[in-house]
Design a binder for this molecule. Structure first.
Ligand code: G3H
Length: 253
């Protein structure tokens, strides 16, 4: 019955919170690998979570990806109490325009009648370029906003899938494969133990900044992402809320 199904999911959420040592786990029924529309259910769960989490004025840092795009689609003005400002957490990191944080931020702002900022930064930058770019006033302003965000929302991807989808150089792809990376989040690639084995050199949020963000929501579903989710969560901040689906959750137990 439906009741029994709901009870089963609730129990799985509690079990996973304990096992993964994070603040909350929210599971939607189904497996997004087999039902692509389920990403919208993940989006709806994320919208509800944002509504209950955020009161008053908030700065929200957002990452890219198709899951974040689905979250944007499900936001509505009535979830906002006070004023929200959306900022992209990192530069383009090689994604198609529709999957970039800048695009998603502007969509989220439209949907919630909020404001947003644009990070005018190229995808990958050299060390020298990085040093001069962060001095630019417009970029520096966004970097400060990212640091004072009260919420970060981000996706988690399978490492190889992400590396192949992005404009990753052959040598970086080789490095990612050799290091046995299994997961990716905001341009960082993680091995099974949650250690960073590669990062896309771009402007924006650094892993070190994560512990100072009061609320973090990671949204990722589909059984094919279970290894990536488990790897990333090994070292994720305990304040993390995971929004996932049954397909991924079953493999995480
Ligand atoms: O940054 C992208 C995420 O790691 C995953 O992307 O939501 O399209 O699977 P996705």
């Amino acid at each position: 019955s439906v009741m029994r199904e709901v009870a089963g999911i609730n129990q799985m959420e509690k079990e996973l919170e304990k096992k993964l040592q994070i603040k909350r786990v929210i599971i939607v029924a189904g497996d997004s690998d087999h039902s692509p529309w389920l990403k919208k259910e993940l989006g709806l769960a994320t919208a509800n979570c944002m509504k209950s989490l955020l009161k008053g004025n908030n700065i929200i840092a957002v990452n890219g990806g198709t899951t974040m795009a689905a979250v944007a689609e499900m936001l509505t003005p009535n979830i906002v109490d006070g004023e929200w400002l959306f900022v992209p957490a990192r530069g383009g990191i090689g994604e198609d325009v529709k999957n970039q944080a800048n695009t998603i931020c502007s969509m989220m702002a439209d949907r919630t009648a909020s404001k947003h900022r644009v990070l005018y930064a190229p995808d990958e930058v050299s060390k020298e370029m990085y040093k001069s770019i962060v001095k630019d006033a417009r970029i520096n302003e966004v970097l400060q906003l990212i640091k004072s965000a009260s919420l970060l929302i981000h996706g988690i991807g399978d490492a190889i899938t992400m590396a192949e989808r992005r404009s990753t150089s052959a040598s970086d792809l080789e490095k990612i494969v050799q290091a046995e990376a299994v997961g990716e989040a905001f341009g960082y690639y993680f091995n099974e133990d949650g250690e960073v084995v590669h990062k896309v050199q771009t402007i924006g949020l650094r892993l070190e900044n994560l512990s100072t963000v009061p609320n973090v929501i990671a949204v990722a579903g589909g059984s094919s992402k279970s290894k990536a989710i488990s790897a990333y969560l090994k070292k994720a901040p305990p304040s993390t809320i995971l929004i996932t689906d049954e397909g991924a959750a079953k493999n995480l137990i």
